[in-house]
Design a protein around this ligand. Structure first.
Ligand SMILES: Cc1cc2nc3c(=O)[nH]c(=O)nc-3n(C[C@H](O)[C@H](O)[C@H](O)COP(=O)(O)OP(=O)(O)OC[C@H]3O[C@@H](n4cnc5c(N)ncnc54)[C@H](O)[C@@H]3O)c2cc1C
Length: 512
């Protein structure tokens, strides 16, 4: 390593320039405009890892179509608790983005969010029954009003023409459709947020790799950063550090040495998509259609066929196919997994290894799939799909959290996101990947409430101004939900397709 330079002071250090740090930075700049924020990102640009548009599926996760957020009970009824939570969390993101647009802090919302119908599609008697029960349960809540259900192949052919062409109808099929879904370009959003932060004098250092950190005797955090261009090692101190390094977060959390970061491991799952290169096919589909995960498959590998808006062009992607590499970041190292195993988490990791043999087997099988086998999976969505119209693209890495839980016991694999913070709130890390970027605002508000409790009372009015449903249940306040759905749709220019008419609203309020 090169020469060691003098120590620089700042108030807040954000490690990693993905959508999470961008969101936390944008929130803090509104709440505490005088604080000095410094960002370190090891790649040459912001939003290049999981947040990049080609590395994730771009679904604005509001549980409108993802079947894994609703659980079938043994009596056939459907538990929608998680779907309600995720939908409410997505509304917080919509409100904050709308606030930023209305304040002209970010511009041209169509460059990062587009209206797109969200659909769920199933086949087979049991799955059709599940989808119908799910539809009945969801549409009792105002958050899912406007959702339609059909088993009629003609209706389904209107909704998803490409999927119904040449489909043998030898078993029942069904789908739900809701027009208020979105496609979100999280890469574009991340770049916009950092552009805004730069305008607000936030110091953004690309090609700066955070190597280590420690507490100083006066209670600050000292972060050791390598400037990848010059080779120089810099030292920066801050009162608060956010580890938003995506797949890199676990190693940095371990470096911090905080007890809350112990007995936690990570398991990387990679993603691959098939992308359609034939514009005639792309034009025949206009939706995100989520299917049901095959038995034994982890929830993040639910297959879906998505219209995407990337680089101002309509594209069509299918996937994700899962896979395994020991890297924790797409631009990571094959030593990431082995070096994350420490004396304090080895028992947790071993327990998970023994428990998750079926997952490991599934991932290895996925990894070994040939193009033709992948095409066969795609044909369960598009019966006519031809191999020459589709290419494979490598998406981002997700590092699933492994920890000991009361319910699951030692070494339980978690599929959600986890905020791990020090007891004194001086450092927080974000681990895990799902539902991910869509709920960035909710998760970063959690970081704020855990790490800045002493400021919360003073900040609450500003938080309410930016995110009107903060602290309020939208499930219990349908009028507020509809008011915010409409105002955010207008600000984010989603109105043409997801407009909720007064008649719709009156109908819903009547039901409630
Ligand atoms: C295949 C796939 C599909 C997904 N689909 C969706 C979806 O449809 N909808 C959705 O909402 N979410 C989805 N997600 C999840 C979503 O992409 C992530 O939750 C989100 O992008 C995470 O953002 P982040 O800022 O935490 O991490 P990242 O975007 O990965 O950013 C972390 C940054 O930290 C940097 N970094 C790492 N280590 C260091 C270090 N030591 N020093 C300096 N910098 C460092 C990295 O280079 C990177 O730029 C998907 C993810 C994957 C992989």
């Amino acid at each position: 390593m090169g020469e060691i330079m003098s120590i620089k002071q700042t108030d807040v250090i954000l490690i990693g320039a993905g959508v999470m740090s961008a969101t936390l930075g944008a929130l803090l700049k509104e709440l505490a405009p005088d604080w000095k924020l410094t960002v370190f990102e090891k790649l040459s640009d912001v939003g290049e890892e999981s947040s990049n548009e080609w590395n994730n599926a771009g679904t604005g996760h509001a549980a409108l179509c993802e079947l894994n957020y609703t659980v079938e009970n043994p009596d056939g009824s459907v538990d929608i608790t998680k779907a309600l939570q995720i939908n409410e969390q997505f509304q917080l993101s919509r409100q904050f983005w709308a606030y930023l647009v209305n304040q002209k802090l970010i511009h041209n919302p169509k460059d990062f969010i587009m209206p797109l119908p969200h659909m769920s599609y199933v086949s087979g008697e049991d799955n059709v029954r599940f989808l119908q029960n799910r539809f009945k349960a969801l549409t009792k809540s105002p958050l899912f009003h406007g959702m339609e259900y059909s088993e009629d192949p003609e209706k389904l052919a209107e909704w998803m023409p490409l999927m119904l062409q040449n489909r043998p109808l030898n078993e029942p099929i069904a789908a739900t459709k809701i027009d208020s879904g979105t496609d979100v370009n999280f890469g574009a959003l991340t770049r916009m947020l950092f552009h805004h932060l730069k305008d607000q004098n936030v110091d953004i250092h690309n090609k700066h790799d955070v190597k280590d950190m420690k507490r100083t005797s006066d209670g600050l955090w000292e972060v050791k950063v390598k400037n990848l261009e010059t080779g120089a090692v810099e030292r920066h101190t801050a009162k608060f550090v956010f580890i938003g390094a995506g797949g890199g977060s676990l190693h940095l959390l371990q470096k911090s040495g905080i007890p809350e970061g112990k007995q936690i491991g990570g398991f990387p799952v990679s993603g691959l998509f098939m992308v359609c290169n034939n514009p005639d096919i792309v034009e025949q589909h206009h939706a995100k259609v989520y299917g049901k995960a095959s038995v034994g498959a982890p929830p993040m590998s639910v297959p879906h066929l998505d219209t995407r808006y990337i680089d101002n062009r309509k594209s069509l992607l299918f996937g994700p196919f899962a896979g395994f590499t020991p890297k924790f970041l797409k631009e990571g190292s094959i030593l990431d997994l082995p070096t994350s195993i420490k004396p304090h988490n080895i028992m947790t990791m071993l327990a998970a290894g023994a428990k998750e043999m079926s997952l490991t087997k599934y991932l290895i099988q996925q990894l070994l799939l040939s193009k033709e086998q992948r095409m066969e999976e795609l044909r369960s969505f598009i019966p006519n799909a031809k191999a020459e119209d589709w290419d494979l693209v490598v998406a981002g890495q997700r590092v699933q959290v492994i920890k000991d839980t009361v319910k699951g016991g030692k070494g339980t694999l978690q599929f959600g996101t986890e905020v791990v913070s020090a007891e004194d709130g001086s450092i927080a890390a974000l681990l895990g990947a799902s539902p991910g970027a869509s709920t960035a605002v909710h998760v970063m508000l959690e970081v704020i409430s855990k790490c800045f409790p002493e400021h919360l009372e003073a900040w609450a009015p500003k938080i309410k101004e930016m995110i009107p449903s903060y602290g309020v249940s939208l499930v219990d306040n349908p009028e507020l939900f509809h008011e915010l759905l409409n105002s955010t749709a207008e600000a984010l220019e989603l109105v043409e397709k997801s407009e909720v008419t007064e008649a719709d609203e009156a109908r819903v309020l009547e039901k409630v």
